[in-house]
Design a protein around this ligand. Structure first.
Ligand code: GDP
Length: 314
């Protein structure tokens, strides 16, 4: 058991969907949360990161800072997804090593696994086959990050752990019409269709891909749990272990929003990986389990979206 009491915890990316959920979850712990605004520290700048870490000396580092986006953004800006993520994670991991940080948590993604991995996906399937082309750059960066943590553990006896979260949704998501992930994109599209009485909503792809959607607060609980209870290699999956097709997910979002029109599939848009459901038996055996149901989580997220709609949906 690693004690967080009295520790200085740097949450890199505290303003994002994942970082802000981790901040909420850590708030009741008796520790000091250390953050820095993006305008004050560009995590892609190695010299600045080294200087900041030497000055602020955290005991624990959580890397929730990343360039993220949905299938369109990954496909359209692969250079940014590779460069920004490699720079951010390499700078923070190496600076944490130089400053003798006691514990570091790196967040990867379920897209690190091969496109045709057996399902549900076990941790050991990493690097067992070719990646999904639509998010290869992001996946390669995340694979580099988790191998980097493991390498520092081997060579320098560090305690740098990694979690591989499934598809996430929740408050603080990016609602950009093209760049968002599917939950935020559809919540917004169905909401706007309801307001505008549009007869039809278009959903990308065939509707057939299967995904495992998890509320970000469940991931945040898994992060705190793993910091306290996990110090092994190489890494742990985090998900719900349940899967839903994009067609059924769209119908659920439509129902949560209260949209009464039709749904059509736009097959000119890519499906991406056809099936991506996590095997979460390792983290479950350690004592963590998800506890926010998909409908319940989407209802909560939609309520917050509606209360923020004039600021977030610009
Ligand atoms: P992925 O798991 O990396 O593919 O992440 P996404 O959240 O971007 O997409 C998940 C699935 O939802 C893919 O099959 C998309 O084609 C499908 N999808 C349907 N409508 C949308 C949409 O409006 N935005 C996004 N991003 N995906 C959509």
């Amino acid at each position: 058991m690693y004690e967080l009491t009295g520790k200085r915890i740097f949450v890199a990316g505290h303003g994002g969907m994942v970082g802000s959920a981790i901040m909420r979850t850590l708030a009741p712990e008796d520790c000091t949360l250390v953050t820095v605004e993006r305008d004050d520290l560009d995590l892609r700048n190695q010299a600045r990161v080294n200087e900041w870490m030497a000055t602020n000396k955290p005991d624990v580092v959580i890397i929730a800072a990343a360039k993220v986006g949905g299938i369109y953004a990954n496909n359209t800006y692969p250079a940014e997804f590779l460069y920004d993520n490699l720079m951010i994670q390499s700078n923070v991991i190496h600076a944490a090593h130089q400053q003798n940080v006691e514990k570091l948590l790196f967040l990867g993604s379920s897209c690190v696994y091969p496109k045709d991995a057996p399902q549900p996906i076990k941790e050991e399937y990493l690097l067992g086959g070719a990646l999904e082309p639509t998010n290869k750059s992001y996946a390669i960066a995340k694979i580099a990050g988790l191998i980097m943590c493991a390498s520092y553990n081997v060579q320098h006896k560090r305690d740098f752990i990694s979690l591989m979260p499934t598809n996430l949704y929740g408050p603080g998501d990016n609602y950009h019409p093209e760049n968002a992930h599917v939950p935020a994109a559809l919540l917004r599209r169905f909401h706007e269709a309801k307001i505008n009485n549009s007869p039809v909503v278009h959903v990308w792809g065939s509707g057939q891909p299967l995904r495992d959607f998890m509320h970000v607060d469940d991931l945040a609980r898994a992060c705190v749990f793993a910091l306290k209870h996990y110090n092994e290699m190489p890494f742990l999956n985090v998900g719900t272990g349940d899967e839903i097709s994009i067609a059924d997910f769209a119908a659920l979002v439509s129902d949560v929003v209260g949209y009464k029109g039709a749904i059509e599939f736009d097959r000119t848009k890519p499906d991406g990986t056809m099936r991506k459901v996590m095997d979460i038996s390792k983290i479950q055996n350690l004592g963590w389990a998800p506890n926010i149901g998909l409908r319940q989580g989407l209802e909560q997220t939609y309520e917050i979206y509606c209360s923020d709609v004039y600021t977030v949906a610009q």
